[in-house]
Design a protein around this ligand. Structure first.
Ligand SMILES: [Zn+2]
Length: 499
């Protein structure tokens, strides 16, 4: 990462991060199926959290790793102290693999002990990475993601991990992403598949409120550290309108629990608002200054990931289909905001042009082949943004193509609903690219779908938008080779994007 993050100054939505592939290594070490138990201890005042892991292993080697390389967590061992294994073992650190490799002389129950320093270094250049992805532990407050402080036993066959508190901090507002009703006295059973989405929030500043959205429990967590905004009022339209209408958009009746956490940056002088989605369980936003349309767009984008990017993803190891989970998701964000009346036509056109259409054609690396994206992802803002820009345009063009082919009777929404049905019918395995094409073929010729994706999403060619037919009242015009969208004054976009 290093100093490159000064470019993050302009990043408005930085949420691809949790959806990156995790680079999990497989180790041929001893296996066991007993759930490891993680006991956390903290006095509520210091910046040090103690973790004791009780686990079973056969004789020989077993390893524990940090699963994700998000946000420079390779250096995570700098934040770990007093690593100890019980009497029957020795260990070494493999920092390249982010692992602790333990050798046991005998099979049975064992213990690994370490301490995490969550003292946040105030560093304006790297604030986004620090505050989103590294443990924050300070007197009376704690915000930590499992992937950045709980070492995962690589070889276990256990389906769950158990988390409980040993020494507990005083009773203050406390929230666990995957178990919203949990208290400090609860023993948590976390499915291993959900480990990446496990986040702990604790603090004297937190205000936790529960809502019902189409019958589903939704939790809002805001911070009293924000002395500028009344976040509960600012976020109210999401609970009254956007979230319930999103369920209607997707025709989704499946029960779900969701949380929405928002808090100001600790680091002063930030100029971004940013966030990440915790799968389809909830999302975290950190922000600065006054609440604006930008915050609304981030909340909408991240909460829309509950469906696209969270539940609906195209199976792949790299970044080949990030244009779908990020860019198409972003187009749907605009769709939802326009259709609920939370974003008017002027803002819709201005934001789409500035941040998506024009930004893509001005992006100096816009010709990058998608298969090179993973390698360059952390090289800066232009690389991070490609998937958003390309996928947004693709979603927009696809929506227009479907509307035109079906005389206005079908839209991209019908395609997405069919994709969700397919994904759920397959017992929620991830969609394959073939699934995507097969479902898409109900709406447009398969050959056309494939050609568009291959040329514009994978190879990185730019659409000639002067040749793309759009629905009535929508136009692209080019100035100095940069296209921009305009929508006729006769068009009511709330009507165009209704459902
Ligand atoms: Zn996103």
């Amino acid at each position: 990462m290093g100093t490159r993050w000064h470019v993050a100054r302009h990043i408005k939505v930085l949420c691809a991060l949790v959806f990156l592939s995790s680079g999990l290594q497989t180790a041929a070490y001893s296996e066991t199926d007993a759930a490891p138990v993680y006991r956390l201890s903290w006095d509520g005042r210091s910046t040090i959290l103690t973790v004791d892991i009780s686990y079973r292993a056969t004789a020989g080697k077993t390893s524990f790793s940090f699963v994700n390389d998000i946000g420079n967590s390779k250096s995570i061992f700098k934040k770990l102290y007093h690593i100890k294994v019980d009497g029957g073992g020795t260990f070494e650190i493999d920092s390249a693999k982010r692992s602790i490799v333990i050798s046991h002389h005998k099979a049975g129950g064992h213990q690994l002990h370490y301490e995490v320093d969550g003292n946040m270094v105030i560093d304006p250049k790297n604030a986004t990475i620090h505050e989103l992805f590294q443990p924050i532990i300070e007197p009376g407050r704690l915000r930590i993601k499992a992937i950045n402080f709980l070492l995962k036993q690589d070889s276990t066959k256990a389906k769950n991990i158990i988390v409980e508190w040993g020494q507990k901090p005083p009773a203050l507002p406390y929230f666990v992403s995957l178990s919203p009703e949990a208290t400090l006295n609860s023993t948590l059973t976390v499915p291993k598949a959900d480990f990446d989405n496990l986040i702990f929030f604790y603090g004297d500043d937190l205000r936790i409120k529960k809502f019902k959205v189409r019958g589903n429990p939704y939790y809002e967590i805001v911070s009293a550290r924000d002395t500028i905004n009344d976040m509960e009022t600012s976020l109210q339209p999401f609970f009254s309108t956007f979230f319930p209408r999103s369920y209607d958009f997707w025709q989704d009746k499946k029960p779900n629990t969701y949380f929405l956490f928002s808090a100001p940056f600790y680091t002063p002088g930030q100029t971004v608002n940013t966030g990440f989605a915790a799968g389809n369980h909830g999302f975290v936003m950190i922000y600065q200054g006054k609440y604006t349309l930008n915050n609304t767009m981030i909340v909408a984008h991240e909460t829309s990931h509950k469906w696209i990017g969270g539940e609906l993803r195209i199976k792949d190891e790299g970044e080949r289909y990030t244009w779908f989970s990020e860019g198409v998701n972003d187009y749907i964000t605009y769709y939802l905001l326009a259709g609920t009346g939370m974003m008017g036509k002027e803002d819709f056109v201005a934001e789409a042009n500035k941040n998506r259409f024009e930004a893509l054609y001005k992006n100096p690396v816009n010709g990058l082949h998608t298969d090179s994206l993973a390698k360059h992802f952390w090289d800066g803002y232009n690389y991070i943004q490609i998937s958003y820009q390309r996928g947004f345009l693709y979603g927009f063009v696809l929506d227009n193509q479907i509307r035109l082919a079906w005389g206005g009777k079908k839209t991209i929404r019908d395609f997405l609903i069919a994709l969700l049905a397919k994904e759920r019918a397959d017992h929620e395995g991830q969609l394959t690219y073939q699934d995507y094409l097969n479902v898409g073929a109900q709406f447009l010729p398969k050959r056309q779908l494939m050609a568009d994706i291959e040329e514009y999403m994978i190879q990185g060619k730019l659409y000639d938008l002067s040749k793309i037919k759009l629905i009535n009242g929508f136009h692209f015009t080019y100035h100095n080779n940069i296209p921009s969208l305009s929508i006729d004054s006769s068009v009511n976009i709330k009507e165009t994007y209704k459902w």
